[in-house]
Each structure stands twice: as structure tokens, then as C-alpha cells.
Design a protein around this ligand. Structure first.
Ligand code: FUB
Length: 324
């Protein structure tokens, strides 16, 4: 199982794993071939639908439930169905997904299903107040739900520093994000409403602090947030994990509540084959699992990735380890 793609009949990426009804369900991106050359805008990630995968056992057979939502069904979206996530509440399943709207601006949509494997019916409009990419939902033990999101460069988070969209915010200075000894861009979080289809709080910045309590700096590309948010809870603590993008690490930070602040905790995974790295963390049958992707199945083509899984462990201080 270790280091083997979960499926090889399609290319998959950005795996968001959840346990529903005693099974592991994976909500991945469905990568497709394209002639678009790789660029920093991510235009080569030209995905047009979603599939859902499920497993009864880690290491067992993987079921592909087929296409559960396609771009053609989403009235507001123009292209690029990027990393999705799913949540369950009160008998319904919610698929959260980013896509560019008709103006080319990334927004986050939601689609509703009766079963974890879909199909999912999209809302006519994106979530009001949403922007950028990589939604990660988190339903806390008290039933309150949150949506984490954001991704810089192609994911456009840098365009939202002022709260409204500025297409060329940093490119004016020939940069793509803040530089130097200033705070790095921060991921976003909002509380989800009881309908799971709207924000019930203002969108907030999520602070990731160093050991001295200062926000991570823009120059700190080994640790600053880039994209691929995930939230899980372990031993009463909130773990916010993410990709550092151009330095290709998966990192995590620990906090005492879903809004943070979070203190940088370390790396989960070193760079994999391929530019992007993305993940989710889930407990299944009393063991903890890291779902991630790389490009081994396509021989290293950045936009043709494959989802994998490996076990992770926590040491006595709550640090995440790849080995016991
Ligand atoms: O799959 C498209 C984008 O690549 C995702 O949204 C990012 O997290 C990166 O994995």
C-alpha cells in the first residue's frame, strides 16, 4: 500500500478524506490531460469534474463512484474545478469546491448530496463572500462548522489583501506576494451557517505564529502558508495544516480553537515528485492517516497526479511523525 497510487485508471489529486458510515470517502481533484504549458498561474490544472473514491479498509479495494459533479452543471463557474472537500450535517452531504467564475475570479461553490458518494447538486451561485481556492470544511465536536480556504499566486489570495479583488495587487512591483520582513499572507476562515451553504461570520485571517508569538514572515517560504488548508483535531488541540507552495513542504500549526491563533509545529511531509503537494489527515479505526498526492503515476507531469495514503503518528508532545 505505502507509496502506491490508490487508483491508476484516472489521475487524482488534492485528496480530502473523511469517514462517513464506517468507510473512508476521498474527495479528490480529477486531473486531466491538456496542452496548456505549466505556468505560475496554474492554468495547466484545467479540471472539469469530480469523482468520489471510497475504501472499506486502508489498503483494500478502492471504489470509484464515477462523476459526481461536472463543470457544465455549475451555472456560475467557467473553468478549473480545483481541490474540493466535503462535510456531513443533519442528513446531507456538502461538497465544497473552488472554480473561476465568469470573470475569471476564483470563488467557492457548494453542492448538496443525499449520500457521501454523491451525486451532488450545485447551488446557483458561489458562497457569498467567498474567494480564492482550496476549501477545507471542519465540523467541530459541538456541531459548529467552519470553512478554511485560500491559496496564493494562481489561487489569487494575494489579490484580496484589501478585502476586495485587486487583480494586479503585487504584480505592480514585479512580485506575486508580499516580500521581506512583513507578515506573510494568511489563510482565511469563516464559520458556516446552519444551512452549510453560507458564511455565518465575517471572513477572518488565520494567524500562524512562530514560537515567539509573531506572525510568520513573508520571506519565510519554508513555513509560510501557500495553499491546501486542512483542519483536524487531535487530543483536544486544533491542527491547521497546509502546503508551503514553492518550497513544497506540508506543514502544520497547533491552536486552541478553530479561529486560532495557531503556532507553527513542524513539517509533515518533505517535497514529493511534482510541484504541488496537498493532503488531508483523518482518523480511521484508531489509526491516523495522511492522504497526499505526487506525480509518480504520470512520470512527473505536474498536472497529472495520483492520490496515495500513509500512516502518521503523534509523539508524546503532539508532534506529527511519519514513523513511530
Ligand atoms: O489541483 C489544483 C491546485 O493544485 C490545488 O487547488 C492546489 O492545492 C494544488 O494542489
Amino acid at each position: 500500500m505505502a507509496d502506491q497510487p490508490l487508483v491508476t485508471h484516472i489521475y487524482t489529486a488534492d485528496p480530502s478524506a473523511h469517514v462517513f458510515n464506517g468507510k473512508v470517502y476521498i474527495y479528490p481533484s480529477h486531473d486531466v490531460k491538456t496542452n496548456i504549458q505549466d505556468n505560475d498561474n496554474g492554468d495547466q490544472y484545467a479540471m472539469v469534474d469530480y469523482h468520489v473514491l471510497s475504501l472499506d479498509e486502508i489498503g483494500g479495494a478502492v471504489t470509484d463512484h464515477g462523476e459526481v459533479l461536472s463543470l457544465s452543471q455549475i451555472p456560475w463557474a467557467s473553468k478549473q474545478l480545483w481541490a474540493p472537500d466535503a462535510a456531513y450535517k443533519d442528513g446531507k452531504y456538502y461538497l465544497y469546491f473552488p472554480a473561476r467564475d465568469q470573470a475569471g475570479v476564483f470563488r467557492i461553490g457548494v453542492a448538496v448530496g443525499e449520500k457521501p458518494e454523491g451525486p451532488f447538486v450545485p447551488e446557483a451561485q458561489p458562497i457569498k463572500g467567498s474567494y480564492s481556492i482550496d476549501p477545507a470544511s471542519f465540523v467541530d465536536d459541538d456541531g459548529e462548522a467552519y470553512l478554511y480556504f485560500g491559496g496564493i499566486w494562481g489561487g489569487q489570495l494575494q489579490c484580496w489583501s484589501s478585502g476586495s479583488y485587486e487583480a494586479d495587487k503585487y504584480e505592480i512591483d514585479g512580485e506575486k506576494e508580499p516580500v521581506g520582513d512583513v507578515p506573510a499572507l494568511q489563510p482565511r476562515v469563516a464559520k458556516l451557517g446552519g444551512d452549510m451553504k453560507s458564511f455565518a461570520s465575517p471572513v477572518q485571517n488565520l494567524a500562524i505564529l512562530d514560537d515567539d508569538g509573531r506572525p510568520l514572515k513573508a520571506h519565510d517560504h519554508d513555513r509560510r502558508f501557500f495553499e491546501a488548508a486542512w483542519m483536524h483535531k487531535y487530543s483536544g488541540k486544533y491542527y491547521f495544516s497546509y502546503s508551503t507552495g514553492d518550497t513544497h513542504f506540508l506543514c502544520y500549526a497547533i491552536g486552541d480553537n478553530p479561529f486560532g491563533p495557531f503556532t507553527y509545529g513542524g513539517r509533515i511531509l518533505e517535497p514529493v515528485m511534482g510541484w504541488t503537494t496537498h493532503h488531508s489527515i483523518v482518523e480511521f479505526k484508531d489509526r491516523w492517516w495522511l492522504f497526499y498526492h505526487d506525480t509518480t503515476l504520470s512520470g512527473g507531469q505536474n498536472h497529472l497526479r495520483c492520490v496515495k495514503v500513509r500512516e502518521i503518528f503523534y509523539d508524546s508532545e503532539g508532534k506529527i511523525r511519519l514513523e513511530k
